[in-house]
Design a protein around this ligand. Structure first.
Ligand code: SAH
Length: 202
């Protein structure tokens, strides 16, 4: 975790949660030896497990509190979602790739983190049945701020979203004010796989 500290991650709860969670469980066993390097890796279906720094950065911005109800877009390897569960959040995570969603059924930490719920669907739609949420985190490059997700945020809720600027994305934190307007904060640039419309065919 020293590398994350050096890169500027200061939230001790985030560092401890990531330290506790063995990242190689979320990756192909062929990558065991290099699973702890600070870089993204391929998972199935042409997708990636985010770089630890990116996970730490987004999680720190999210300011997770025990019991927070969090919507995540882009389940992928389940690593980010599990970090949120370790921090005590109730996590609702959506994946559009059927094969990746199917993998969540064999997730090894399923009984350890019962507060982690998996959904197969289009993240642009969110989960109206479970809304409103305390927090929203998007782990793919969003072409714009999805209005349906904004509608599913509680007053005072925040959304961490990497918004497209051509080849890179700008990390943003949006906070919903009492009058429904959004306050915007702008952070560093990152590079994510794209957030795509619809879900893959069953
Ligand atoms: N949070 C993941 C990061 C995975 S990469 C992790 O910790 O590993 C981003 C994921 O977002 C990919 O699995 C991709 O299939 C998914 N994705 C892209 N667009 C989506 C959408 N509209 N709805 C849901 N998932 C989406």
């Amino acid at each position: 975790m020293d590398i994350l500290r050096q890169k500027g991650i200061t939230d001790e709860n985030v560092l401890a949660a990531m330290n506790e969670l063995p990242r190689h469980f979320f990756m192909d066993s062929a990558l065991d030896n290099i699973a702890y390097e600070d870089r993204a890796f391929p998972i199935a279906e042409g997708q990636t497990i985010s770089q630890p720094y990116t996970v730490a950065y987004q999680t720190q911005l999210l300011k997770v509190k025990q019991g927070d109800k969090i919507l995540e877009i882009g389940t992928g390897s389940i690593y980010q979602a599990t970090v949120l569960a370790v921090l005590g959040a109730k996590v609702f995570t959506i994946e559009r790739q059927k094969k990746l969603y199917e993998k969540t059924k064999e997730y090894i930490f399923k009984t350890k983190y019962p507060q982690l719920k998996f959904f197969y669907g289009d993240g642009f739609e969110g989960l109206p049945t479970y809304a409103p949420f305390d927090k929203v985190i998007i782990t793919a490059a969003a072409p714009f701020i999805p209005p349906k997700l904004v509608a599913q945020m509680k007053t005072g809720a925040c959304m961490i979203i990497p918004v497209d600027e051509g080849d890179v994305q700008r990390m943003m934190r949006l906070t919903k004010n009492d009058n429904g307007t959004m306050e915007e904060e702008i952070f560093e640039k990152f590079s994510f796989v794209p957030m795509l419309k619809g879900r893959t065919a069953p």
